[in-house]
Design a protein around this ligand. Structure first.
Ligand code: HEM
Ligand SMILES: *[C@@H]1O[C@H](CO)[C@@H](O)[C@H](O)[C@H]1NC(C)=O
Ligand SMILES: *[C@@H]1O[C@H](CO)[C@@H](O)[C@H](O)[C@H]1NC(C)=O
Ligand SMILES: *[C@@H]1O[C@H](CO)[C@@H](O)[C@H](O)[C@H]1NC(C)=O
Length: 485
């Protein structure tokens, strides 16, 4: 859908953003010169530092020239100047783990200000401390293990089937868009009981496309910039959520707790059981709807892409899923259950390998809360720290032939399994581990199950995932499918 020209525009505007932020913070940079033994590195250009080359789009299955060059020159921990701040970049698996585990103690989540402007000041990506813990509890409850088993699994399957069934009468289409349809409809249903195809759902889906472009672009609030349009989309999205909220409150007041089957959605839960303010609820729902569909749809598109280039893996998946399906048929069972899901062993290897090589979330933003020493280097208090997961996931000392899509490397008999798992953090970790990680894996597994049983597919045109740095397919991953008979 989105073409590469547009992406170039987004990239250029990200750089502009960096410029603006940088000008603000040059004062601060000069103060931190004292006795620290900083990691080696470069400052780059005045103001922008090295932000330009750091964000340069590259194939999503690589760490990019910038990372490669800096690691070979300075090592896995180096100093730079990014997003207008003095920064330590870490491609070191041990340091990344240390950062994740010490969240709130030595390090703290610290995203650029523009993220708060657009996701809202009550968004979980921005909050720290007690308020973050409270919001996190609500999200975890919403996606608890029990909920996954009792409701979500069934619904994930129904939404998968509704998307996949629509393919049988079509020939060529964007797999990325279809994956997005699936994850968005699922989230809209579970967060606010909005049905697929309803006018409001479709309106919301359109607003989120504009919204997404603003999240990744420069925070320049002038008419017609991506950021300006995204802020308008934010208001429209909030209006829809607020309308839903008012409707719900009315129903709850009139009919007591026995509404019309909506008791299981997140909106009901926060209204009934939490003490959040309206503003907090709006930001929570807006961000969850965002986090819950943009990432997992990319992950599903990546799995379609990687499997398309690996017929042997598709063959082995088919064996696994045919066995599950025929066992169910014999028992007269319909619908996947939790035991079926747990049986999908090779599928889980495929999921891990997709996330390792595709790296949906490539790095996260942190800052040091005090002076920290690591491997003989100092990280001064207040400096930004960027743990880069991609660099670890593509590290050849941990993953043999890292560029190879090789799901078999995750099989239990593989000798390096422990090292691979310990350093594998596609969902982050510690107190901010992705709240939706289990749901995301469930979505991928169920989607793959029905995909390999129903269809053969191939790319209709060459396309590659790029890191912009958000991962996207410039042509939307156009595929052609053939029904398996
Ligand atoms: C393959 C798909 C996904 C990937 C790769 C992914 C990755 C991540 C990562 C790396 C973080 C940590 C960010 C940080 O520490 O700064 C995160 C946080 C989060 N994710 Fe996901 N995510 C995925 C899917 C989902 C889904 C489906 C949902 C929910 C519906 C979700 C909800 C969240 C939330 C609420 C947080 C914030 C957690 C907190 O701050 O405590 N994610 N995700
Ligand atoms: C809501 O309740 C929690 C305890 O459950 C409390 O810690 C928090 O401060 C309250 N929040 C507000 C906004 O009143
Ligand atoms: C996939 O990775 C996770 C770590 O995120 C690990 O616990 C799990 O065992 C891996 N799965 C397989 C099949 O290797
Ligand atoms: C693990 O076992 C499978 C068969 O179960 C085999 O095909 C594969 O090559 C083995 N992998 C390793 C690394 O030994």
């Amino acid at each position: 859908m989105v073409d590469s020209l547009l992406h170039f525009f987004l990239f250029a505007s990200a750089v502009l953003m960096a410029l603006i932020v940088c000008i603000k913070s040059t004062k601060y940079r000069n103060k931190n010169k004292k006795r620290f033994k900083l990691p080696p590195g470069r400052k780059g250009w005045p103001f922008v530092g090295e932000t330009f080359p750091y964000l340069k789009p590259h194939h999503a299955t690589t760490m990019g020239d910038f990372m490669e060059n800096h690691i070979s020159r300075f090592g896995k921990i180096y100093r730079s100047n990014l997003f207008g701040e003095p920064t330590i970049v870490s491609a070191d698996a041990g340091l990344n783990r240390y950062i994740l585990q010490n969240e709130g103690k030595l390090f703290e989540c610290s995203y650029p200000k523009s993220i708060g402007g657009i996701l809202g000041k009550w968004s979980m990506l921005v909050l720290v401390g007690d308020m973050h813990r409270q919001m996190r509890m609500i999200s975890l409850n919403f996606m608890s293990h029990a909920k996954l088993r009792s409701h979500l699994l069934r619904d994930v399957e129904l939404h998968t089937l509704s998307v996949l069934d629509s393919w049988s009468v079509r020939r060529t289409f964007s797999a990325q868009e279809e994956a997005k349809k699936f994850t968005f409809n699922l989230m809209a249903k579970h967060i606010m009981s909005m049905g697929p195809g309803e006018v409001e759902t479709e309106q919301l889906k359109r607003e989120y496309i504009t919204f997404m472009k603003g999240v990744v672009s420069a925070p320049i609030n002038l008419p017609w910039t991506a950021y300006w349009k995204a802020l308008r989309s934010r208001s429209s999205i909030l209006r829809v959520i607020e309308r839903k909220m008012e409707e719900r409150i009315k129903v709850m007041n009139c009919e007591g707790i026995y509404g019309d089957g909506d008791e299981d959605d997140l909106l009901y839960w926060v209204l009934k059981r939490s003490n959040l303010s309206t503003e907090q609820i709006l930001d929570l729902i807006l961000s969850l709807l965002f986090a819950g569909h943009e990432t997992s749809s990319v992950a599903i598109a990546l799995s379609i892409y990687f499997l398309g280039g690996c017929p042997e893996a598709v063959r082995q998946l088919r064996v696994e899923h045919l066995e599950i399906a025929s066992n169910k048929k014999q028992k007269g069972d319909v619908g996947l259950n939790w035991d079926d899901y747990k049986q999908m062993e090779f599928t889980h290897c495929v999921i891990n390998e997709t996330l390792r090589l595709g790296n949906v979330v490539r790095f996260i933003h942190r800052k040091a809360l005090r002076d920290i020493q690591y491997k003989g280097y100092d990280i001064p208090c207040g400096w930004k720290v960027l743990p880069v997961f991609t660099a670890v996931h593509l590290d050849e000392s941990i993953y043999k032939d890292p560029q190879q899509f090789n799901p078999w490397r995750w099989q239990k008999n593989s000798s390096s399994a422990a090292a691979m798992s310990g350093n594998f953090v596609p969902f982050g970790g510690g107190p901010r581990l992705c709240a939706g990680s289990e749901l995301a894996k469930l979505e991928m597994a169920v989607f793959v199950h029905h995909l390999v049983l129903k269809y053969d597919w191939e790319l209709a045109e060459p396309d590659h995932p790029f890191a912009f740095p958000f991962v996207d397919f410039p042509k939307g991953l156009p595929i052609r499918v053939h029904v398996i008979t």
